[in-house]
Design a protein around this ligand. Structure first.
Ligand code: TXA
Ligand code: MG
Length: 320
């Protein structure tokens, strides 16, 4: 398959990729598990572009790829369990979910507004070289359209995304071929969130303790809302499709014409741009979720493109 946007890994293509990432563009790159669709994890709009290109109807938290321990420790509250697992399995196909640092520069959209981040130091030399060259953490889901299998060659990525992204770095076939294992070690009990190349047994052996499965834990501990949820859930009630906000409400507006009367108004996108609205969603929800207001009123968001994922999130926030 001939394509202008596939380039073999070289110093030139890596420099080009780093430049594209710095401008907020997406770059597909090889890892040892599957190809990732990478964006600057600190850039809200670049992260919104990931969801737009994948066509995902929901915002799920993305894995943040780092090039070394120092970068990892600058983003999350590192702990002893992380030390043990990183020593045993990094670089490699294991994603560690840890508490975000309060001043973590990573986009809230990349973690669905949640307080944790999933971090991975990939073993693939080209992935490491790219993150080092760009010198920023990369948010990267698998480089396929929503609901399809993960790509393990540059040609697979092209078959999925075609020319919707400016550059696909070709580092050959992925050696592992299945996604990384995801383990939540942000709390007291380690919890396996997604099975992957590193097995449950290997994790328990390294930690010298039991690792629970997500489902086991769900019934007992998940009673307290938000404890294990990777998504942000506002404390205030959320009212949707609002045309007339109440005087004690915070209004999340969308588009150029804003209804008057709310105590505070912030606009997800004054120009009515869904990508901008997605980029602003979680930061603005948090801003509006303050005890000085009685509720968060949200104007109607068009149910198309990224609007579908935005509405999914808002409807779940309103249903609580
Ligand atoms: O092998 C992999 O992990 C590949 C390569 C590109 O690194 N990436 C990948 O990403 O499979 P994705 O987006 O397709 O899957 C990410 C998984 C999801 O199941 C997501 O829910 C979980 O990781 N995840 C990421 N951050 C999380 C967080 N903060 N809390 C809970 N789960 C998280
Ligand atoms: Mg995937």
């Amino acid at each position: 398959m001939l394509s202008m946007n596939i380039e073999k890994i070289s110093q030139t293509s890596l420099a080009k990729a780093a430049h594209l990432l710095h401008t907020g563009a997406l770059v597909a790159f090889p890892t040892e598990t599957v190809y990732g669709l990478g964006a600057d994890a600190t850039n809200d709009k670049a992260v919104a572009e990931i969801f737009a290109v994948k066509g995902r109807p929901q915002f799920n938290p993305l894995i943040i790829h780092v090039s070394d321990m120092a970068m990892a420790e600058s983003l999350v509250q590192w702990n002893k369990t992380a030390d043990i697992l990183a020593r045993a399995f990094w670089p490699g196909p294991l994603t560690l979910v840890l508490e975000r640092l309060p001043d973590s520069p990573v986009s809230l959209l990349a973690s669905s507004g949640g307080n944790t981040l999933g971090l991975r130091l990939p073993a693939h030399a080209d992935a490491q070289a790219l993150i080092r060259e760009a010198d920023i953490p990369l948010a990267a889901p698998s480089a396929n359209r929503s609901g399809r299998v993960s790509p393990t060659t540059a040609e697979h990525v092209y078959a999925e995304l075609g020319n919707d992204i400016p550059l696909i770095l070709d580092g050959g076939a992925c050696s592992v071929g299945i996604e990384s294992t995801v383990i939540d070690i942000s709390g007291e009990i380690p919890i396996l969130l997604r099975p992957g190349f590193v097995t449950h047994e290997e994790l328990e052996k390294a930690l010298c303790r039991k690792v629970k499965h997500h489902q086991e834990e769900a019934s007992s501990v998940l009673k307290s809302p938000g404890l294990l949820l990777s998504h942000y859930a506002p404390t205030l009630p959320v009212r949707l499709n609002v045309r007339e906000p109440k005087p004690d409400e915070a209004l999340l507006a969308f588009g150029p014409s804003m209804p008057q009367g709310a105590k505070m108004v912030i606009n997800l996108s004054a120009s009515g741009d869904l990508k901008e609205a997605a980029a602003n969603l979680f930061a603005m929800l948090r801003k509006a979720d303050s005890p000085e207001f009685s509720a968060i009123a949200v104007m109607s968001i068009p149910e198309r493109g990224l609007g579908i994922a935005i509405n999914d999130r808002l409807m779940r926030a309103a249903a609580r």
